[in-house]
Ligand binder design. Structure first.
Ligand SMILES: *[C@@H]1O[C@H](CO)[C@@H](O)[C@H](O)[C@H]1NC(C)=O
Length: 121
């Protein structure tokens, strides 16, 4: 079963099979395994923080974590002090919209102190 929806004027999304699961704000910190909090979310109604994950040994630590279900965040996303994270696109291949209904100062996406980041999408 597929559901087609119009997200914004910029994109159309398609959800097949899986039911939409709207999560509240999610805070991932200290350990990469905390990313599992995101496993079922198709949408975050609120904010996403991924912060202070500095004990990773290599980029391979992020390989098990891929969240293709996540498509939307309604407020803002902060990724701060995460070592060995090289790609946001690998983590969230289908994240298409950060709506910015509430901002951090004046930003909806904050990427700060990510020493190994190479690509955002
Ligand atoms: C995700 O869904 C599975 C299956 O319903 C459940 O066992 C698991 O606890 C859920 N994970 C989270 C983080 O809610």
């Amino acid at each position: 079963m597929c559901r087609v929806g119009l997200l914004t004027v910029f994109g159309v999304f398609l959800v097949c099979g899986a039911r939409a699961e709207v999560c509240g704000s999610i805070d991932v910190r200290n350990s990469v395994s905390q990313l599992n909090k995101l496993e079922n979310c198709t949408e975050i109604a609120g904010t996403l923080f991924i912060v202070l994950i500095e004990k990773t040994k290599s980029e391979a630590d992020f390989e098990p974590y891929v969240f293709p279900k996540l498509q939307k965040v309604s407020e803002y996303v902060v990724i701060y002090k995460v070592t060995h994270l090289t790609s946001l696109g690998k983590l969230f291949p289908n994240l298409r919209l950060i709506r910015g209904l509430n901002l951090l100062v004046e930003y909806s996406l904050v990427l700060y102190n990510l020493p190994n980041l190479l690509e955002v999408s």
